[in-house]
Design a protein around this ligand. Sequence first.
Ligand code: ATP
Length: 229
Amino acid sequence: MIHFTHVTKSYEANWKALNNVTFRINKGEFVFLTGHSGAGKSTVLKLIYMDERPDEQRGGQVMVKFSDNILYDSKNTPDDRIQALRRKMGIIFQDFKLLPDRNVFENVALALRIVGTPSNKINAAVFDALALVGISQKRFAMPYTLSGGEQQRVAIARAMVHNPYLLLADEPTGNLDPKNAEEVFCIFKEINARGTTILMATHNPDFYLNSPFRRLELSHGELLNRDIL
Ligand SMILES: Nc1ncnc2c1ncn2[C@@H]1O[C@H](COP(=O)(O)OP(=O)(O)OP(=O)(O)O)[C@@H](O)[C@H]1O
């Protein structure tokens, strides 16, 4: 589903945030992305949701392939197709990024309203997504009244409401205490078991050391483990 082929990304001249990174993630996998602060984890995720592109000269290629007919690659995807790409994935950040002036239901519903989904379908999809993360009872609450763990669960519901093929998570448990972090990780495992591919950037070894899932480890912009094709 995700193919990085010799990807190099320089934000500044003569300095590579990512250097010649090649890996592949298959449909249905759960993969961790690890590495020290500044190793390039967020850059990998931004290249997948095309907030960034590889270097023009010898930057390699990022390809995201959802099916035989639905394919986005960094060389041939114009800027005006990026929204369509992002509608096929869910993205979760460390700091939740909920809209402070909308309640839980509206935060989750918004992505569907924007694309003109009929309200009966919105209601059903939002209820399903809130049930998935176990927070239906808080649907009328405003974000500032929720704990960090609850806010992140709303963010997961928002990311999942349109049934994405792929879930990208950038340090999703970084602001949570261990109990909430574990709960969020369990929700991710459930989402993956239902078929969504997951790439999760994390610093937390408790997740990846005792886990059957594959790990891509970055150090100073380079991939350390190369048994990942
Ligand atoms: N827009 C930018 N302009 C210049 N440098 C950048 C930019 N974005 C990232 N960098 C640099 O690229 C390197 C990789 O950053 P990135 O955010 O991908 O690392 P990370 O592994 O996600 O780090 P952290 O765990 O701290 O979030 C860092 O040295 C960072 O300072």
